[in-house]
Write a protein that binds this ligand. Structure first.
Ligand code: PBG
Length: 299
C-alpha cells in the first residue's frame, strides 16, 4: 500500500538532511541506487521521485525539466538499472525548476495555463522515455491530463500510466516539501489560483471527474489527514484507484512530537490506517520505513 517519496540531488555519496523533515534525506544518485535496493528488500515496491536542482539551472521556461540528461531523467534510469521491477513514479510540475517557485510558467504575476500544459506534457514524455512507469502531474493546470495522455500515445508510450494529483488543495502543509526541493525561498505569492480552496468539496469532485475523463489511471487526494472526507467521497463516487498523500507537514508534525515524546509512535499507525478506512487504495507517505520498523516482528 505504500509509495515512498525520495528526494534526489547532484553529487557523490551525499545523504543530506532536510532540516524541516527530521529523519528524511536527499540522496545523490549513487546512494539512490543503494536506497532502491534496500527498499525493494523491505518489499517497498514503488518510489515517487522529486529532485532538487541547483538554482542556476532554474528559469521561467522549464528548460531543465526537459533536459533528457537532467537529474530526474538520470534518477529514473539509476533506479531502473538497480532494481528493474521497482515502480518509478515521477512528479510532473515545474516548481523544482522554476525561478518563481511555481508549478507553471509565470507572466506578469499570472500562471499561464495552456503554455504550462504544453511544457508539462513534454516533461512527462521525457520521464517516460527515461523509463518512468507512472507520471504524476501535481501542477493542477486545467487540461494537463489529456495533454499528457495524448503526448504519450503519440510517442507510443501506451503503457505509461498517469496518477493524477486530482484533488490537490492550496494547503499550508506543503512547507517542508518546498524546502526539500529548494522552492520555498523562491516562491512568489501563493498557489491559490490553481490549487483547490480548502473549504471546497464540489471542486474536488469536479476535478477528479475531469481527470478520469481525460485519461487518468489513478487519482489522488492531497493533503491526507485533514482531507479524509474528500478521499471517502471520491472513492464512493467514482470507485477508481484512489490514493492519499500524507504530505510533508503532516510527517514533520508527527515526527517532531514523537521525538519529544509528546505523543507515542503508535500515532504513525493510526495516521496511516485512517487512509485505508477512508477508502484509499494506496498511500504516499514519508513514514513507510518507520512503519516497517515498528512492525518488523509481527510481519
Ligand atoms: C509540487 C509538489 C508539491 C508537493 C508534491 N508535489 C508542493 C506544492 O504543490 O507546493 C507536496 C508534497 C508534500 O508536501 O509532501 N507541485
Amino acid at each position: 500500500d505504500f509509495i515512498v517519496p525520495l528526494f534526489v540531488i547532484e553529487g557523490n555519496k551525499l545523504k543530506e538532511a532536510i532540516p524541516s523533515m527530521p529523519g528524511y534525506f536527499r540522496f545523490s544518485l549513487d546512494l539512490l541506487a543503494a536506497k532502491a535496493v534496500s527498499l525493494w528488500k523491505q518489499e517497498l515496491k514503488a518510489i515517487l521521485l522529486f529532485v532538487k536542482v541547483p538554482d542556476n539551472l532554474k528559469d521561467n521556461k522549464g528548460t531543465e525539466a526537459l533536459n533528457h540528461n537532467g537529474l530526474m531523467q538520470r534518477a529514473i534510469k539509476t533506479i531502473k538499472d538497480a532494481v528493474p521491477d521497482m515502480i518509478v513514479i515521477t512528479d510532473i510540475a515545474l516548481d523544482p525548476y522554476s525561478s518563481f517557485g511555481h508549478d507553471g510558467i509565470v507572466e506578469e504575476g499570472k500562471i499561464l495555463n495552456d503554455h504550462s500544459v504544453k511544457i508539462l506534457s513534454e516533461m512527462a514524455l521525457s520521464h517516460a522515455q527515461a523509463g518512468a512507469d507512472i507520471v504524476a502531474p501535481s501542477d493542477m493546470m486545467d487540461g494537463r491530463v489529456l495533454a499528457i495522455r495524448n503526448q504519450l500515445e503519440e510517442a507510443n508510450f501506451h503503457d505509461t500510466m498517469i496518477m493524477s494529483y486530482s484533488a490537490k488543495y492550496a494547503s499550508a502543509f506543503y512547507g517542508p516539501f518546498r524546502d526539500a526541493v529548494g522552492a520555498q525561498g523562491l516562491l512568489k505569492g501563493d498557489k491559490k489560483t490553481y490549487q483547490i480552496d480548502p473549504p471546497n468539496m464540489e471542486e474536488a469532485i469536479r476535478e477528479v471527474e475531469e481527470d478520469i475523463n481525460e485519461g487518468a489511471d489513478m487519482v489522488m487526494v492531497k493533503p491526507g489527514m485533514p482531507y479524509l472526507d474528500v478521499i471517502r467521497e471520491v472513492k464512493n463516487k467514482f470507485k477508481v484507484p484512489t490514493f492519499a498523500y500524507q504530505v510533508s507537514g503532516e510527517y514533520s508534525m508527527l515526527k517532531l512530537a514523537i521525538s519529544k515524546s509528546y505523543i507515542p509512535p503508535e500515532v504513525i499507525d493510526e495516521s496511516l490506517l485512517c487512509f485505508k478506512r477512508a477508502g484509499a487504495d494506496g498511500i504516499l507517505t514519508y513514514f513507510a520505513k518507520d512503519w516497517l520498523l515498528r512492525h518488523k516482528n509481527s510481519r
